[in-house]
Design a binder for this molecule. Sequence first.
Ligand SMILES: [Zn+2]
Length: 135
Amino acid sequence: MDWLTHFIWHDGKFLGVEWHFWKVVGWVGNILFTSRFFVQWWATEKHKRVVVPAAFWWLSMAGSGCLLLYGLDRRDSVFIFAYLFTWIPYVRNLMIGARAKKSEVTCSHCTALGPTGAKFCPECGVKLDLSPATA
Ligand SMILES: [Zn+2]
């Protein structure tokens, strides 16, 4: 078990990594940024079609924000440039998604939401009432 203790904590390093505040910010950014792929995959499996939920864009923004802060602390031009402008499509996609959600139509038969302009429910195929969703 000594080897395990040595592997986990040695010379003031956890898992061989020297930890400090900005390192934690960078790793939190990595975890948030990577988690968005699992969120998107889960949404796609759930709906049985390719879906990009709003949570994907929120996780993208939070993750890239943390990674930008980390890059600024490191004064690493590659990191800074990689994450400096990514928030623009994230915010734009959130705006477009919110607008589309407002104009979704609820199916009176199965309560599934139909996308903007849909004439028939994507879940059960019933003709949709074209009044905007109230939910
Ligand atoms: Zn339906």
